[in-house]
Design a protein around this ligand. Sequence first.
Ligand SMILES: [Mg+2]
Length: 296
Amino acid sequence: MNLMIFTDLDGTLLDFESYEPGPAAAAVALCRQAGVPVIPATSKTTIEVIRLRESLGLDSPFIVENGALLYLPEKHEYTDVIKELALGKGLTVTRVSGFLKIIFGVERPILQERLAAITGELGVTVRPLSRMSEAEITAETGLPAASARAVNEREYSEPFLLGHEDDDLTTAERYALLDRFREGAARSGLNCLLGGRFFHLLGDHSKGTTARFVIDGFTTASGDGWDSMALGDAPNDFDLLREVDHPVLVRRPDGSHAPGLEIPRLIATDGIGPAGWHEAVTARLEMAAVVDTSRI
Ligand SMILES: [Mg+2]
């Protein structure tokens, strides 16, 4: 059985504050040696992930903007079969700088319009990412200015923060608001998710629905079964974790695990973020006997 790993980036493979992989880098290298694809599934943008996968040494497909877009390297052995599957589903497929790009999302200007309508209906004030300056994005995310620009280079999702009452809300209050946003989004055939920092308005998809397309595509293209693993830290990872054989929730910097996900076989890591990633992935590689982890 082949193993494939989907992973959230911020707060999971990358440290929540420093955005560095730290101890996870060694486990990523082991996956590469073992031929286990590590497939980022993130809220981040195309340009952000293209930069990151180079620094992480990844050559696998990747999912951005919470499942709105799937990229497959044109040279990847399964790309042709997956392209046919996408066209068969009526999805839009284009080619961009060495990648096949498959679009699951709704265009951002439409989302911006709907966000204004939904928040108006709910009587809630929000700050959409598209209206934030680079300085504001830097202040909210801790990213340097050059990276802050890349955060806003998105096509199929609109992240937003709540008005200035954000800091005062408990987790339960944020989850309750998420439910109200989600109901408003559903009336327009859209979805709303909560990440580590931002809410996200997007089309009727998630990291999980796009990961399911990838799992099915790999299965069809290879003619073989795949064992799937996924790691995440926030509610916008829950759909992804529900889709796989081995779901992993990594611990957050405050020592907690995101509440509200009750599924069989869920592993909650002891390690925070990348330390939890290293812990869960090396254990899985050992169990799958694809690598000798005694060396690390
Ligand atoms: Mg995260």
